[in-house]
Design a protein around this ligand. Structure first.
Ligand SMILES: [Zn+2]
Ligand SMILES: [Zn+2]
Length: 371
């Protein structure tokens, strides 16, 4: 009789222990917020020497940049093909045409709920078209706050930087998206100054995928930045044979030294990656096995000479150009011109727009930098 009771107790104990174990196992780990069937898809669109990334999660969509004005119809088609009639967020990282010029095309098909940019006004036609396209949907452009967070489905987004410096590239909105254990870092055209500002803020910036800053320009993606971001993958949005020499050998070699698997839109077209919250899988629209580091160390001197030879062509290319105006002398300069350094602050004005636009405003090109 006593033995029988003991057995019943033992059975009960085993049952309780089993239940407890099951409960513990089934409690989801808070770090993996992504539901098991939920996915985050990021598509870096190939728009030549311009930027655009479409992010989709749990039926929600966000656009980070949208290429040049000439890319408007492609942006419209992307929205149409994916049946995106509403964008939860549109982010114009900064006021250069190669980032915000084509957003109006996307907004001709899809409406928008929230639109972010580092500024709400800018003289350039591209910016004004972007703003009009946003306002058409009854939405005002908003400057987000640093450290602001918002969600896109089960993905979490955080603004790491905005308006770190006054030059247009460094106004770029830098955004980190986390999804489960994976993360994505979008940098716009942020340069070293912004990277340093973020690094000194001691924020969590480690990311699985890094959108390389400023099309792979030497001005971005410093060693310190790479050391802290520790990306497994990198994506460079860059045009084939562009006149800027992007991506530079320096940036490619830094990425190669850090053993980052790198993708390039000029070689591989549209680059899409899907995260299940644990791992990220890449698909490219062409040239899967492209040697993305091919130009590293190969005839750098010859390439530099070629770049110099094509410099006049680069100057006449007005798309997304950035100038510094002297409101006193009515001359305009490229930002690196030595006379910009000597200019009085009260006469200095940053201008984002084309060469034609700046001339139409009554400015003439500087004789030193010959913009
Ligand atoms: Zn820019
Ligand atoms: Zn750019």
């Amino acid at each position: 009789m006593k033995e029988e009771r003991n057995k019943t107790w033992l059975r009960k104990l085993v049952l309780i222990a089993l239940c407890l174990t099951l409960t513990v196992v089934s409690v989801p780990c808070p770090a993996q917020a992504a539901a098991s069937d939920s996915k985050l898809e990021v598509t870096f669109l190939d728009l030549g020497q311009a930027d655009a990334a479409l992010i989709q999660c749990d039926g929600h969509s966000m656009l980070i940049d949208g290429g040049n004005a000439a890319d408007s119809s492609k942006m419209y088609t992307v929205m149409k093909n994916r049946k995106i009639t509403e964008l939860d967020y549109v982010i114009g990282t900064h006021a250069h045409e190669d980032h915000i010029g084509g957003l109006a095309g996307a907004l001709n098909y899809a409406s928008v709920k929230t639109a972010y940019a580092p500024v709400t006004t800018c003289d350039s036609k591209a910016f004004q078209n972007f703003r009009k396209a946003v306002e058409k949907h009854g939405v005002s452009l908003t400057v987000p706050q640093k450290d602001e967070t918002f969600s896109l489905g089960s993905a979490e987004c955080k603004i790491l930087a905005v308006n770190s410096e006054s030059d247009t590239n460094n106004t770029s909105i830098v955004l980190r998206i986390t999804f489960g254990d994976t993360s994505f870092l979008f940098t716009g055209d942020a340069e070293r100054e912004t990277e340093q500002a973020i690094l000194s803020g001691k924020q969590d910036i480690q990311s699985t995928v890094l959108k390389v800053g400023h099309h792979g320009s030497e001005s971005s993606t410093g060693y310190l930045w790479l050391r802290e971001v520790m990306p497994k993958y990198a994506v460079i949005s860059v045009g084939k044979d562009n006149s800027y020499g992007h991506p530079t050998d320096e940036v490619l070699s830094r990425l190669r030294d850090a053993e980052v698997t790198t993708f390039r839109t000029d070689m591989q077209g549209d680059i899409s990656c899907v995260s299940d919250g644990k791992t990220v899988e890449f698909t490219v629209s062409r040239n899967k096995d492209a040697d993305v580091f091919a130009s590293v160390g190969s005839n750098s001197t010859q390439r530099a000479a070629e770049n110099n030879a094509t410099e006049p062509a680069a100057k006449s290319e007005s798309v997304g150009q950035n100038y510094v105006l002297n409101t006193n002398t009515k001359k305009f300069h490229i930002p690196t011109c030595r006379s910009v350094k000597q200019m009085k602050d009260k006469n200095k004005k940053d201008f984002c727009g084309s060469r034609e636009e700046v001339i139409a405003k009554g400015y003439s090109p500087c004789k030193i930098c010959n913009p």
